[in-house]
Design a protein around this ligand. Structure first.
Ligand SMILES: [Ca+2]
Length: 197
């Protein structure tokens, strides 16, 4: 299983970022950034006006009453999905659970990642299951998962899916296999090449 309960709320590593040299006019994107920000979300139903957008609005306020969480109606197999518009190499997914009450409702939530919309994306590859919800944040390590769609689903009847934030860290495939590598090589050359007079 690739799920861990949260321990460090500010755990995003920064050491993996290759800080661009000051000479660079070449833009090198952060190899892992929250790609859920600005992406288009949807969910199986909406309860209490808590739209899908609450789960990726960049606000991790975990008090549902403050209006920055998504929530479905009590239903069978409720799900939330975000469309990243292109496939990303996902490294990890961090869910902020609601903390004002009902945190255990997230028990059994699954993270699924892939490029298919079959079964609303809920049949895509399984990254992890929240089978022990006891922290304010749930961290799913999904290294090696590639997909355009990231789903959170709670299988079973009479479930409510509330998500105060879903952060998805990953990098463009282009970065790994093409442009990014070229940019890096160019930057290194610019940084290390002798000054031309
Ligand atoms: Ca939010």
């Amino acid at each position: 299983m690739k799920y861990t309960a949260d321990t460090n709320l500010d755990r995003r590593p920064t050491s993996i970022v290759n800080k661009p040299p000051p000479c660079a006019s070449v833009k090198l994107s952060h190899p892992t950034e929250n790609v859920a920000l600005g992406a288009s979300p949807t969910q199986s139903s909406t309860d209490e006006g808590a739209a899908a957008e609450g789960a990726n609005d960049g606000n991790s306020d975990n008090d549902f009453r403050h209006g920055s969480c998504s929530r479905t109606r009590k239903s069978k197999n409720p799900w939330w999905r975000v469309d990243l518009t292109e496939s990303f190499n996902v490294s990890d997914v961090i869910i902020t659970n609601r903390a004002d009450c009902c945190s255990d409702q997230l028990q059994g939530a699954e993270i699924r990642i892939g490029d298919s919309l079959e079964n609303e994306g809920n049949s895509n590859k399984l990254c992890g299951i929240a089978d022990a919800v006891f922290g304010p944040k749930l961290i799913f390590i999904c290294d090696g998962f590639i997909g355009r769609y990231v789903n959170v689903i709670i299988p079973g009847p009479d479930k409510i899916l509330t998500l105060c934030e879903v952060e998805i860290f990953g990098s463009e495939l282009e970065y790994l296999h093409g442009k990014g590598r070229l940019d890096t090589a160019l930057m290194l050359w610019l940084y290390t090449a002798p000054q031309l007079s």
